[in-house]
Design a protein around this ligand. Structure first.
Ligand code: SF4
Length: 227
């Protein structure tokens, strides 16, 4: 199969459009079709479904986890659940595959940082969960650590957080504002049971990172961040 080349598609459209490389409204439908064919047609820009992550283990030698795998899993989950997107609005989700933080998880409404835990002699991919980060006119605000959760349970944690905002928010309070003010101890209590993974409760999937199909192992190598 020959994949469409986004750059060529866009360039052709721009040349067909107008001098100065402006995109006229007349060609927007065709341009959208070309971008969608290249896998760039997802909706939800500016909402919680617009999940961002660093390259993670897919391309980075310093990675611990497959952050893009988590990003795709959460994005797919949110696209299947418009009720969650409507509830959380523009709350940002950012993911980094290691503590270096290229995915800027520290300044996300909900941030995830890749990590690992040992269960017996096997490795479980996990994520630190941070809440309440953001950037506004006053500057950057770092999120606070609320939990360390096995990767396979992150979607459940996200659902709980969105439901918590919906249940506890003040009138008209955005999810970003809510997680910026809520006591982190209450968020920790909300997610506490998701942290515990006893050997007798673990299933094979717990030892496989999201987006992978073989046993998880950390293979950090000499090199540089890929960002
Ligand atoms: S070094 Fe940067 S790009 Fe690489 S996994 Fe860590 S945060 Fe992601």
């Amino acid at each position: 199969m020959v994949l469409p080349r986004p750059r060529d598609c866009v360039t052709a459209s721009l040349h067909d459009s107008a001098p100065g490389h402006e995109v006229t409204s007349a060609i927007v439908p065709a341009l959208y079709r070309q971008l969608a064919a290249a896998g760039l047609g997802h909706g939800g820009a500016g909402t919680i479904a617009d999940v961002t992550s660093c390259p993670g283990a897919e391309a980075c030698k310093l990675a611990v986890t497959q952050s893009r795998g988590l990003g795709r899993a959460l994005s797919d989950h949110l696209h299947e659940r418009p009720d969650l997107v409507e509830s959380a609005g523009a709350l940002s989700i950012k993911i980094s595959g290691c503590p270096n933080g290229c995915g800027q998880h520290h300044i996300a409404g909900i941030g995830f940082q890749g990590s690992v835990r040992k269960l017996g002699d096997r490795a479980v991919p996990q994520y630190f969960v941070m809440v309440g980060g953001g950037v506004d006119e006053a500057g950057a605000r770092f999120g606070r650590i609320a939990a360390k959760i096995p990767a396979r349970r992150v979607a459940e944690a996200l659902e709980r957080l969105i439901a918590y905002h919906a249940a506890e928010r003040r009138s008209g309070e955005s999810a970003a504002a809510f997680f910026g003010r809520v006591e982190v101890e209450r968020v920790k209590a909300l997610l506490l049971d998701l942290e515990t993974l006893r050997p007798e409760d673990a299933v094979d999937a717990d030892f496989v990172d999201l987006g992978e199909d073989s046993a998880f192992k950390v293979e950090t190598m000499a090199g540089e961040c890929s960002v």
